[in-house]
Design a protein around this ligand. Sequence first.
Ligand SMILES: C[S@@+](CC[C@H](N)C(=O)[O-])C[C@H]1O[C@@H](n2cnc3c(N)ncnc32)[C@H](O)[C@@H]1O
Length: 351
Amino acid sequence: LKLLHIVNPGIEDIAALEIVSELGGFVDYEVFSGRVYHIIDSVDYDALHRLRSVNRVFQQFWDGFVGSRYSDLVNTYDELYKTLIDIEIWRYLSPTTSFRVVGERVGEHDYTSIDVSRLIGDLVIRVVEDKAGYRPRVNLKTPMVIIYVFIKQNRMSLGLSLTGSRSLHRRSYRVYDHPAAIKPTLAYAMLVLAGSRDKQVIVDPMCGGGTIVIEARYLYEDAEIYCMDINRKYLNQAMMNALSAGVYSRIVFKQHDARKLHEFGEGFFDHIVSNPPYGIRYGDQIQVRSLYKDFIGSSYRALRDGGRLTIITTEYNYVNKLLRERGFIKIHERVVQHGGLYPHIIVAEKQ
Ligand SMILES: C[S@@+](CC[C@H](N)C(=O)[O-])C[C@H]1O[C@@H](n2cnc3c(N)ncnc32)[C@H](O)[C@@H]1O
C-alpha cells in the first residue's frame, strides 16, 4: 500500500520517524514539502490514529503532474479513469456507501478546488456506473468515504482518506481554541526537538490553551508538567482542555508571569517549552521585545544546568541575539510553516 501523510511543512523528518516507529514500513519525503510518502504492507488503523505529528493520511491511488489550465485538468481524465478501474474503486463504494470528493489546491491555477472536486466526483460516478452498474451516492455532509484530491503547484495526488474528514491535528480535546493556539502537531515536534523525556520537569510558562503541556502529558507518563499563563481566562481554558483530554489532574496549573519564572524555582526545570506571543499578532513590538528579554533572562535562572529552552517564534533574530547574550548555547533551529507564517523553532541549552 502507498500512503501519503500530510504534515506541517518543516517537520517531515519528525513525522517520518514517528510513522516508522508506530506503523513500520518505508518512508520518503522532501524537506518542507508537507508530505511524507509511506510504503507499508497493511494498515493498523489504531496506530494511524495515534500519530501525533501528522495532519491527514490517505491511501494514494495516483500521483502525477498536472498543468495550471482547466484543459490540463480535463486531460488527466482518461488516465484517472483507468487508474480508478485498476484499483476497483467500486469495492470501496457499495450501493449503500455514500462518498464525497474533497479537493485542495495550493498554487496558481485557472481552476478552483471546487472544479477539481466536481471533475473527480463525476469520474468516480462514471467508473462505478460503467463497471459495477449502479450510481454511488454522494453525501457532502456526512459521507462514509472521502476521496481526496490534492493539487500542490503542478503535482496532483488522488487517494482515499484513512483519517476521516477532520485533520488529525484538530485533537478532540480542544474544547476551547486559544486565538493564537499552536497546532498540536507542532507542539509535539517541539517536544521531540527539545529532547524532553519522561521523569523530567517540563513547563510551558505562556501556555494559553495548554496545547504543549497536554501533548507533553500524552507523551510522558511520569514527567512533572506545569502549565502557566499570566491571563486567568486562558489558564481556565487550558484547564477545560486538559479536563476534556482526561489529563487535568496530572498537570499543575498556575497563574504566573513568565518574566518571573525563576521566582517559582531557581534551577527547577529541565525543559521550558513555549509559544510566546508574536509581535505581528500581538501588536506592540516594543512590549513583545521587552517580554522576550525578561522571559529569556528569567528562563536561564529557572533552568537547571544542561536544561533547555525551546521556543517557537517569528521573532527569531531577536531571540537568537538574546540567547547569545544570556549565555545559552543554541543546539537547534529550523523553520516551520504555521498558519500562513514561517516561525522558527529554536532549542537552546543552559551550559
Ligand atoms: C501564543 S499564546 C500561546 C498559545 C498556546 N500555545 C496554545 O496553543 O493555546 C501566548 C500566551 O502567552 C501569554 N502571556 C503573555 N505574556 C505573558 C507573561 N508575561 N507571562 C505569562 N504568560 C504570558 C498570553 O496570555 C497567551 O496566552
